[in-house]
Design a protein around this ligand. Sequence first.
Ligand SMILES: [Fe+2]
Ligand SMILES: [Fe+2]
Length: 408
Amino acid sequence: MTEEKKRILFVDDDRNVLDGLRRMLYPMRRKWKMEFVMVASDALKVMAHTHYDVIVSDLRMPGMDGIDLLEKVREKYPDTIRFMLSGYAEQTTQGRAAKCVHQYISKPCNAKHLKNMVSRAVVLRDRLKSKKVTEIVSSLRSLPVMPDIYQEIIEILGSECSSRQVGKIIARDIGMSSKILQVVNSAFYGRSSNIVDPIHAVVYLGLKTIEALVLTQGIFSKLPEKTAKRFFVSALQEHCIRVGMLARAICQSEEMTKEHLEAATMAGILHEAGKMILITKFPDEYEQAIATSRDRQIPVYEIERDIIGVTHAELGGCLLDMWGLPNTIIESATFHHEPWLCNDNEFSTVSVVYAANVIDHQLCCGRGDGWFENVNDEYLEQLGIADRWLQWKRMHLPIEIGEFEYVG
Ligand SMILES: [Fe+2]
Ligand SMILES: [Fe+2]
C-alpha cells in the first residue's frame, strides 16, 4: 500500500525564499505535495477547499502577518500543524504567538533541518490523532484542565513579565510554593543555604522550569488523597522532577543550546502527565497493567496498549497538545519510552528525556511503577551516544523522599 502524500503549504511574501524552498525540497516530492503562495489571504483561500497537513508561514508579511494567519488557521483547521519561519530574535513562546505556533523554523534554514522538523511533526500528529487514540480521548468526558495558577502566570508572561510577579502568584498557593521550594533546595541544585522565598526560587529555577512544575503540581495535587496513595503519586511526582533535572544536567554536559536545555527540563518534568489520565479515568485497568507488567516483566506501556488501547505516553502527548505546549515538549512526552519511533535519528530533546527517564527508573523504582526495560543499546549506538551513558548515569542524584525502592 502506498502511503498517502502529506500536503504542505508554504507562505512567504518573498519570491526568492519560496523559490529556495521549492528547490531545496524538490527531493521530497514523492512524499509531500507542496504548494507555495505569496499572500496570507491566498493561503486561506486554498485551505478553504483542500486539507493541509502542515502550513509553514513567514512571520513578517504585508497585510495579514504570519501570526494572524496562523491564528485563523488554528481556529478553522485545528488539525493542521503550524510552523513559523522567522529570524531567531523574533521567536517567542509568549503572547499571541504562543497560542498558534506549534514550532519555529529559524531563517535561514537548511533542507535537512526543515525536512526533519516537518517529518517529525507529521509523525507526532499521526500518532496522537490515530483512530484508536482519538476514539479513547474523545470518549473521556473531561480531561485534566490546565491549573488556574498556570493560566495566570502565562498571562503575565505575555506582557512585560517579572519573576517577582510570578513568585507572588506562586506564594499565594501553599502547596505550590512548598513543592517549588523543595525542588530549589534539593540536591539537584547543590545549595548549601536554604531558599525560603518563592520569588527567589523563581529567579533561581528560571521561568520554564517553574511553568512545568506549576503544571504537574497543579494536576497531580487535584487527586483525592486516597487515589494519590493508591498510585504512589508523590513518588511519581518526585520521579518527574528528577527526570527533568537529570535531563537538564545531560543538556548542560553535552553543551546543548539554552532552548534545548529548557525544553528538555520541561519535558522531563511533564513526561508522565498522561498517567494522570490513567489514574483518574482507568484506575482499575491501570492498576492491573502495573501488576501484570511486574509479573510478566513486560514494560507497562505495552500492557496499557493491550488493555486500554493507548499508552500513558500518548495520552500525555494529547494532554500537552490540548494545553498548547510547544511541539518539542509534546514530542518528548509522547515518545519517552520509544524515541526511535519519532523519526528523528539525531541526538535531540527526545533522546535526552528518554535517557534521563531510563536512568531514573533503573536507579530508583517507585512503588507504583511497573517493570522497566533496559536501555536500548542499539538506539544509543545509532545516535552515537553509547559512550556517554555511564557519565550521564553518574549525574543522577539521590532521592530525598520515601515511596521508593533503591534498585541501583
Ligand atoms: Fe513513562
Ligand atoms: Fe518515567
